[in-house]
Design a protein around this ligand. Structure first.
Ligand code: NAG
Ligand code: NAG
Ligand code: NAG
Length: 405
């Protein structure tokens, strides 16, 4: 009798320990279809998704929001933290955005993960932004004061987050935005949009630190990865990029008071059929110039295939049709220093394979070109490099084209 009582008490203690720790090996699952989600591809599932998220977010341990196979229409949602445990979002289905922009009034993103510490988005599922239905409504390519269409997925003020395995398709604007976030890894993802789709950057990082983008395929109509103001300790590795505008730092120098870009490493990447390979872009100055800096950048072990500007620093960046007034503006005061280009080889689609176009007001310092072998796509015609306002640097190893530093 006593031993029975004891073992019953034991069970009770174990059960409550399990409940408290939620660490009994079983993951608590919040399946969106149990919260009313339907896979007809026509009903808005945002309420069901948010309910599943809210319950998972309140659970301890490692709860999972599960999106099974099927086709889910999802209007804009905010998955808000802080959460009690480490939340997993496991997607096997196709999650589709509403067509056009009408459903997005008041939203800057389609799916916004906000204020979360501990997040994993994983699975073989797809986030389909259905951008083809709204790209013609995006006036940002020619209107500097445009209202940008919504980005597909945003991590905002998120810490310790991983996005693994999922596909992002045809975003209306950027595919993935990492902002005000720290300790983020994006790996094994596939990001795709047509080469002529406007502003469909693959991964855009700003105001964030310790961000890694690895072993992923990105092909879009804009930068595959863009590293904007306030980014520090960013790694891009094992990324295949193209079509698109390449892997870019910037644009910088647009807003007064913007933060610097510090310590970026781009390595082991293949860039194919893009407008640029590796690029640093800054705007010219204006009435209130932004004097931010970009330094400690390494671009290493990169293969270029038919890239128009394989290596480019452009301190007169301006993508708008109105840019012919640009030359009247004062030169950029953004400071570019300590930038290494190492072991970059392959084929340039133009003769100017290396273009280091720095600012007269703020010459580039501490550039390095080492083991560069970039051949022109037409055999027998040599590639060249062009420098402007490069205050100094070092070179070494093979240099095709010959260095202009
Ligand atoms: C995606 O993952 C789910 C769950 O793990 C699996 O049942 C399904 O077969 C997978 N789909 C594909 C296309 O691999
Ligand atoms: C991230 O969360 C996981 C799971 O809770 C934990 O094991 C890991 O230590 C955390 N990492 C960081 C950098 O906080
Ligand atoms: C380079 O990236 C590829 C994926 O694109 C990966 O398979 C390979 O292991 C990486 N190599 C190194 C040295 O990191």
């Amino acid at each position: 009798m006593t031993s029975l009582l004891l073992s019953a008490m034991n069970l009770l203690i174990m059960a409550s320990w399990c409940w408290l720790q939620a660490s009994c090996g079983r993951q608590v699952v919040f399946d969106v279809t149990d919260f009313g989600a339907v896979t007809d591809g026509e009903t808005d599932n945002s309420k069901a998704f948010v309910r599943a998220w809210t319950e998972a977010c309140a659970a301890a341990g490692r709860p999972a929001v599960v999106v099974p196979s099927g086709d889910y229409l999802l209007h804009p949602v905010v998955f808000r933290g802080p959460c009690r445990g480490y939340v997993e979002v496991r997607v096997a289905g196709v999650v589709r955005a509403p067509a056009g922009l009408d459903a997005f009034r008041g939203y800057h993103e389609w799916i916004n993960f906000a204020g979360i510490d501990g997040l994993l988005v994983t699975g073989n599922g797809t986030f389909d932004g259905r951008g083809a239905s709204s790209w013609h409504l995006n006036d940002c390519p020619w209107k500097p004061d445009c209202i940008p269409p919504p980005s597909s997925i945003k991590l905002a003020r998120v810490r310790n987050a991983t996005i693994d395995g999922v596909t992002s398709l045809d975003s209306k604007f950027f595919h993935v935005v990492v902002a005000g976030s720290h300790d983020v890894e994006i790996r094994h993802v596939s990001i795709r949009a047509p080469g002529d789709s406007p502003n469909t950057d693959g991964v855009h990082i700003q105001g964030s630190s310790n961000v890694r983008v690895t072993d992923s395929a990105v092909g879009t109509g804009d930068d595959c990865v863009s590293v904007g103001p306030g980014s520090a300790d960013v790694t891009v590795s094992g990324v295949s990029c193209g079509p698109g505008h390449g892997i870019s730092v910037g644009s910088l120098g647009r807003r007064p008071g913007e933060a610097d870009v510090r310590r970026l490493r781009v390595s082991n990447c293949t860039i194919a059929g893009t407008a640029n390979g590796v690029r640093i872009k800054t705007w010219r100055g204006g009435p209130r110039p932004a004097s931010s800096a970009a330094s400690g950048l390494v671009f290493e072990d990169i293969v270029m295939r038919r890239v128009r500007n394989p290596i480019i620093i452009d301190q007169e960046y301006c993508p708008y049709i109105s840019c012919h007034h640009q030359s009247e503006r004062p030169p950029s005061v953004v400071k570019i220093s300590d930038v290494k280009f190492r072991n970059i080889r392959g084929v340039s689609a133009t003769q100017v394979a290396v273009k280091l176009s720095c600012s007269a007001a703020s010459p580039c310092r501490g550039l390095e070109l080492r083991d560069i072998d970039l051949r022109y796509v037409r055999r027998g015609v040599a590639t060249v490099s062009r420098c402007a306002n490069v205050a100094g640097g070092v070179t070494g190893g093979t240099l095709v084209p010959p260095s202009c530093i």
